[in-house]
Ligand binder design. Sequence first.
Ligand SMILES: [Zn+2]
Length: 184
Amino acid sequence: MGAPRGGPARGLGPDRGARLIVRDQADPLFGWRYWQLSPRRLLRSVTQREFEWPPGRVLKALCVEVGHPAPAERCNCGLYANPDLDALRQHGLCLAPDVIVLGQVALWGKVVDDEPNYRAEFAYPARLSLVVDSLIDDTPAETLLEGLSAYRVPVGTTTLDEAVAGMSADMLKFQAMSRRTSGG
Ligand SMILES: [Zn+2]
């Protein structure tokens, strides 16, 4: 029967259209993200290659572009994670041909829901999975796992197939090889 659905928008407040701050408190949310490995075999950002996640220390977001407290609603700053593993897997092809670590990360403080990602004020890895068929040199997986144990969270292994949609070990090796043979 004729109960109106949808209808005119309710709650036309001043915040309408602003991005939702999902949390502003201490208990964490969890999301998924990729890392790659720094020369010291610690987690580094996929997009900012020089940026290492320090083991044993809470990471606090900074806004390098504007310099305001991070994360701000209308900016790109904050520590990123995707609450949906399947959604994250669809973006895996942006990864550089290098060792990949998939993990769950705890996010807290101010967290902006900036679909498809969360952008958080504080973050720390909650568990880590080394993608064993992303290894591109002869360093044994055990050595890399030992390096990751510095974060003192559960560390395991996974496969490319599980971690990244549409990426095969052969593709990754080919990319790594062509990177090494070009411009050297
Ligand atoms: Zn910012």
